[in-house]
Design a protein around this ligand. Sequence first.
Ligand code: NAP
Ligand code: GDP
Length: 315
Amino acid sequence: MSKKILVTGGNGLVGSQFEGNDYIKYSSKLFDLRNTNHVDSMFRKLQYDPFNLNGVIHTAAKVGGVGGNMKYKGEFFYDNIMMNTNVIESARKHNVKNLVCFLSTCVFPNDVEYPLTEKKIHLGAPHTSNDAYAYAKRMAEVQIRAYREQYGLNYKTVIPTNIYGINDNFDIENGHVVPSLIHKCYIARETNTPLTIWGSGTPLREFIYNKDVAKLTEWVLENYDENEPIILSTSEEVSIKDVVEMIIELMDFKGEVKWDSDKPDGQYRKPSDNSKIKHYLPNFEFTPLYDGLKETIEWFETNYVKVRGYKQIKL
Ligand code: NAP
Ligand code: GDP
């Protein structure tokens, strides 16, 4: 009997990178994970299919950049706390023994000693720009730890930094910085208009390529079994200004660049400590940011009309 892994959010930036017949994916149109009955139906259906469900990779979430997080706090809280609570509880009820759930470095306190480590999640309030998302995600960490303690399940959480790559959400207002900049740079180049960047450009971020996240998550599902989460990070900080320069070069943009200081900078930095993943996988090679951006931009230019966020474009 073959073994399968359910990937929630299988069409998303991370979920799309789990490829092949081992993975089962459903659209949110079929099963809305905010709805407990839908989630129970999904796991019941999987129980009756002729294979063993070998684990769950729970990537589905309401996700956005600093703009989306500030504008839709209610939705970011409700959707995420419902999806996580339902998926983790229904997996338990349906005898799933192995599950990985996604957190984010956004969950960490704003005011805490750097670098961020797996032990520091609950040591203070998150940054106000994304506190609703962060608290909802923190509760998934609490739920997983509680289920490990009470039920002895091999459920665990991963904490990736800022992820980018093909299949990202390129929505200009609500997406993360890399896809938003690529999309804005494309429009500026094609329409001979200035490229407007949010904030001061001084904040620092750690970027990780979605293909690397998927490879590391496959390892976590099979091999990691600890109460504490595990950070997935290159631990290399880059300024927003440097990212802008790389994208401008890769997209051959020659026009004017403007900085809009009315737009938020968000958290100044969130440097994370990747010692734990490096300890387990000392030879893992992270995709260099420049190479990942190059691949992402090539994909974006080729698939422009079908990228997420396309509807906003008026050339
Ligand atoms: P994404 O591209 O926005 O994809 C999210 C997925 O969630 C979509 O496939 C969507 O399914 C699904 N989803 C949303 N609402 C749903 C609902 N009500 N019912 C069922 N499915 C629903 O997200 P991502 O960037 O891959 O993020 C993956 C995980 O990593 C998330 O847990 C996120 O919090 C975490 N993370 C992301 C980043 C980042 O920079 N992107 C950084 C750190 C952590 P449909 O397409 O079928 O609607
Ligand atoms: P965060 O890491 O959760 O704060 O989310 P983002 O991926 O949205 O990154 C936000 C950082 O990028 C902030 O410092 C913004 O000021 C900066 N930034 C510059 N231009 C943009 C843009 O067009 N969209 C977004 N989302 N952020 C931008």
